[in-house]
Design a protein. Structure first.
Length: 56
């Protein structure tokens, strides 16, 4: 069983954790560590960053 730690819970960290989780399967664990005590996830932010939608 593998244990993978992802440092950072922003868009990139959560995306990386999701991809790693799918590749490894359920017998392995993926842990995401955030430097903040509050978690904010707005999935559409990634589309703004790559120009697929406008910030408004």
């Amino acid at each position: 069983m593998a244990r993978v730690v992802v440092l950072g819970a922003g868009v990139s960290g959560c995306t990386a954790a999701a991809f790693i989780r799918r590749k490894l399967g359920k017998s392995h664990s993926v842990i995401v560590i955030s430097p903040n005590s509050k978690y904010q996830w707005i999935p559409s932010n990634i589309w703004v960053g790559i120009g697929r939608i406008k910030p408004s």
